[in-house]
Design a protein around this ligand. Sequence first.
Ligand SMILES: Cc1cc2nc3c(=O)[nH]c(=O)nc-3n(C[C@H](O)[C@H](O)[C@H](O)COP(=O)(O)O)c2cc1C
Length: 184
Amino acid sequence: MRVKLLAIAASFRADSLNKRLMDLAAAEATARGAEVEVFDYAHANLPLYREEEGGALPEGAELLRQSIARAHGVMLAMPEYNWSIPGALKNLIDWLSVAPAPVFEGKPMLLLSASPSARGGVVGLTQLRTPLEVLGAFVYPQLVAIGKADTLITPQGISAAKEAKFLATCVADFIRRTEQLCSG
Ligand SMILES: Cc1cc2nc3c(=O)[nH]c(=O)nc-3n(C[C@H](O)[C@H](O)[C@H](O)COP(=O)(O)O)c2cc1C
C-alpha cells in the first residue's frame, strides 16, 4: 500500500520557517515512498467561527476537510504563538469540528513546529494535540519541535545532525504506523 499524506504548514508568511520544515518533512516522506499532497494554507483565511451561524463550511475549510478525508495521515507544522496555538489554526480546527462527518476521527497525525527560539514551539504543540485528540486523531507520540530554526533550517536540509536525524526518524516511523493502521 502506498501511504498518502497531507502536508500542512500553518503559517501565512511567505518565508515561513514552518513551511521550510514541512518541505523537508514532505521530501523525507516522498523519499520513503509516500505520496504527499500539500495544502495551501492561504485557504485557511476564514471568518471566525460563530456557533449561531451553523450551515455550510466556508470554502477553505471544506477544501481542507476533503484533503484530510483523502489522506491516510496528516503532517501539520505550526508556529508557536504566545506559547500556544495561532488563532487562525484554532479557528480552522473549530470549523472542521462542526463538519457533518468527523474528519479527524482515527486520523494519524504528525505534529511539527519550527521556531527561532531554543524550545522550538514544543509548548504550543502539546496544546495543539489536545483538540486534535478530542476530535479522535491519533497523534504521533513524538512532537517534532525544531528550535533555532532560523539558522538550522536551510534549503539543503537541517544543518544540525541530531535534529535532522530526529525529523527523518519520526517521519519514517509515522509512515510505518500510518500504513499499519490503514491496512489493518
Ligand atoms: C504573535 C506572535 C507570538 C509568538 N510567540 C512565540 C512563542 O510563544 N514561542 C516561540 O518560540 N516563538 C514565538 N513567536 C515567534 C515565531 O516562532 C516566529 O515568528 C516564527 O518564524 C513563526 O513561524 P513561521 O515563520 O512559520 O511563520 C511568535 C511570533 C508572533 C508573531
